[in-house]
Design a protein. Sequence first.
Length: 232
Amino acid sequence: MQVAVIAGSISAGIRIAKEIEHIPGVDVSVVLCNVGMRSPLLRWSRELLLALGSLKWGTFTAKLCSYVRRGRVFILRRPLEDPTSIQYLRSLQFDVGLHAANVIYREATISAFRMGILNAHIGILPKYRGRSVAQWSILQGDPTGVTVFFIDSGIDTGGRIVLREFIPSKGCNDVEALRNRLFSCADRLYRQALEALGRPEFQFERNNISAGKRYYVMSKMLTGVVNEILSN
């Protein structure tokens, strides 16, 4: 299985690649998107500062050099939805993409991957689609967690769910801590999703969107209420 981490930063791409690179039968690459179309100097200066700030510069550099030497790092110089980028992605013949960039995917980009693009959504599908879903879950007394599913061009409406994991909010004193906990599970859950896809007996769960609804960004007032709930 040829897998590409679609990343907005090299540090995020390498981090996820490192998590999944030892799965039998999986060859992983990193595809870098120029989010915001930064100039090369600004972009790579920012990458350097992020890597230095992680206090793992030596390990990061060694792993990056390993991927570069093996021809496993690809850079998109145009927006992801640009026809040139899509044609390039098709030529690389990836089976699965892993979402790790702050971008919106058009159908043409999704279809450049044989199976599609996986997203680790910090909400339980199909009930919680859209924005601020961790907060809305707390406000309505529902469990929090992460769903890994194949996206489509809609908002969390992709029909194929690979896995869901309920992740308790206990110990998180505010929304930021909760979101950080959920996001920190994405790398591991991507690995588990790819492992599941490799099993002959695997079957998708359907994302029945009629069983939930789309949520929007929560107001500051309601976020304060959620913070109160979490802190008690």
